[in-house]
Write a protein that binds this ligand. Structure first.
Ligand code: SF4
Length: 310
């Protein structure tokens, strides 16, 4: 049973018609995601008093390499207001597991918003919107994505894996009363952490093994930092091979020759293709029932997020 991550969401995605043109963005996947997470909605532009509808704003290069948020026809500069709102809103956020923003917006966009020159005629490059940039600075360890990037299967896998893992960390590791509970949490994450970062997996294991010196509180704080750092980078496909090879070792002496050949052929076929990936996961899930392997059945690698979101 997965816990419910808390995700800050751009309000114009499925929730309210707050876009500059009075519109709303419809996204089926995020609607489905709403069944399994709690959204914290925000529209930074409406929150600083910009109306609906309103003239669109752009990001433009200002003096000393600064980025300004301007309304190009009137030259009204919203930068200070937006920065002040962003810091105030974000500093009060508690128990948040990630951010999901509207792509390309000068406020919410993640790395894909155009920056114009001072005459606002030429595109100089791309950057994040002011609100999204502040969120990334204040919460560097948390996942931040936009709805467009989530159409990529592996980016979505990475985002969902992290938000559900961080929610689990908040609810089950930080709340643990005994070292036994903490060790159980770590054991459940063995293969997912092996996928993401083997070095950190070892460091966390050592930390828990030597918990007496720092004490439970000290170990918890250090473990949480390592845990979030471990999930920073999207794992390469070859790491999935490695994890599956290890997991296969649990069953290889219990399978007949034809089953082994079939599994190995599928593994060879897997080159990042999602259909083969979910098929391999299903085979492992099936093995855990068939061989009654409670250690593997509990591995978060097999169920990093609700299967309905796969
Ligand atoms: S992208 Fe952000 S600022 Fe723009 S309408 Fe949506 S929530 Fe509001």
């Amino acid at each position: 049973m997965h816990c419910r991550p808390r995700i800050v969401l751009s309000k114009c995605i499925n929730l309210e018609a707050v876009r500059y043109n009075g519109g709303i963005v419809s996204d089926d996947f995020i609607r489905k995601l709403g069944t399994y997470v709690d959204f914290i909605p925000v529209c930074p532009e409406v929150s600083i008093g910009m109306g609906i509808p309103r003239p669109p704003v752009i990001l433009a290069k200002g003096d000393n390499n600064t980025i300004r948020m301007l309304e190009p026809r009137t030259f009204i500069d919203y930068t200070e207001n937006m920065m002040q709102f962003s810091k105030e809103f974000l500093k009060d956020l508690k128990d948040v597991d990630g951010f999901l923003f509207k792509a390309k917006s000068p406020s919410c966009g993640v790395q894909d918003c155009y920056v114009y020159d001072t005459d606002r005629k030429k595109i100089l490059g791309r950057t994040s919107g002011l609100f999204a940039k502040t969120a990334a600075e204040l919460f560097p360890e948390l996942p931040i994505e936009d709805e467009a990037r989530l159409r990529d299967y592996w980016l979505k896998y990475h985002f969902l894996t992290r938000i559900f893992a961080f929610c689990d960390l908040r609810n089950n590791f930080i709340e643990a009363k005994t070292i036994r509970e903490m060790l159980h949490f770590h054991t459940r994450y063995k293969y997912l952490l092996m996928l993401y970062n083997q070095k950190k997996l070892k460091e966390m294991g050592n930390l828990l093994a030597n918990w007496k010196h720092p004490g439970l509180k000290g170990v918890k704080a250090a473990y949480c930092i390592l845990f979030k750092k471990a999930f920073q980078r999207k794992p390469p496909i070859r790491s999935h091979y490695n994890v599956m090879e290890h997991m296969f070792g649990h069953f290889s002496d219990k399978l007949n020759r034809a089953e082994k050949i079939h599994f190995r052929a599928l593994l060879q076929k897997f080159s990042g293709e999602r259909v083969v990936f979910t098929t391999l996961l299903e085979i492992f899930r099936q093995f855990t029932y068939r061989f009654d392997d409670s250690f593997l059945a509990e591995q978060v690698y097999l169920y990093p997020f609700p299967v309905e979101l796969e």
